[in-house]
Unconditional design. Structure first.
Length: 233
């Protein structure tokens, strides 16, 4: 058991409400999975007022009880919004550290009574490239959602939180191969979150785009009529 945080490497520590991942260089920055307070609570309050673009991109509202696989779960924020809006969400995350934080976040959500959204979230620690390839997992997937890490300068511009995530995950988090797997596994569509001006993942043009101020959702229909359209949200 450490009595002092290390000065030269990332560390996990229990926080007042959740496990936190911290980097020690000053100013110390920590991140946590938090479905209950802060930004996520604000987003939850807005759900009734404003239709989330992510929900539109995933086709929520067009079908009941959609099963969405968030194949790059990260801190679970997008997955939580989808679950709060009624989807069954399977979260796949390959980093054991992030999985431990997600598990902790789900426990806190249960303790705070955030049902039924929490009950609609199922966490699996796995490499989504492998998980999506397994025919036993493919039978019930309506939508695969991908939110790849930004790369290079985009990552640097995205702030302290992403810098911490990329210090944890290192390089090799490209998700181009995942798009191919997702297109085979999903029955209805694959949705990829991109920065507004980033090129399409793997250079593959989407069928539809929903573009906001800083982000964009690229939508790949399964068996689409091949007309490309785009809209602002
Ligand atoms: C930008 S973060 C996603 C953030 C997330 N959308 C959120 O709302 O918090 C990308 C995550 O994808 C994960 N990831 C990348 N490739 C993966 C793979 N093949 N299988 C599972 N997880 C993967 C990374 O470990 C990282 O946590």
């Amino acid at each position: 058991m450490l009595t002092q945080p290390p000065s030269d490497q990332l560390y996990l520590q229990p926080g007042p409400s959740a496990i936190q991942l911290c980097q020690p260089t000053r100013p110390v920055t920590c991140i946590k999975v938090d479905f209950v307070t802060g930004r996520q609570a604000h987003r939850r309050r807005q759900l009734g007022h404003r239709r989330e673009a992510i929900a539109k991109a995933c086709g929520l509202g067009q079908a009941d009880n959609l099963h969405i696989v968030d194949a790059t779960a990260g801190l679970g924020r997008d997955a939580y919004v989808l679950a709060a809006l009624g989807a069954q969400v399977t979260l796949i995350e390959r980093s054991p550290v992030l999985c431990a934080m997600l598990e902790d976040g789900l426990k806190q959500a249960a303790a705070a009574g955030l049902e039924p959204a929490r009950e609609r979230m199922r966490l699996i620690e796995a490499d989504a490239n492998v998980w999506l390839d397994d025919p036993r997992n493919q039978s019930s997937i309506d939508v695969v959602y991908l939110d790849p890490m930004y790369s290079g300068a985009r990552r640097a511009a995205a702030g302290k939180e992403l810098a911490l995530l990329s210090a944890l995950l290192g390089s090799g988090n490209e998700t181009e191969q995942l798009l191919e797997k997702a297109l085979v596994a999903a029955r209805k569509r694959v949705v990829v979150k991109r920065q507004r001006r980033a090129p399409a993942l793997a250079g593959r043009p989407p069928d539809h785009q929903l573009t906001g101020k800083s982000t964009r959702f690229d939508i790949y229909q399964i068996n689409p009529a091949r007309t490309v359209d785009s809209a602002e949200y």
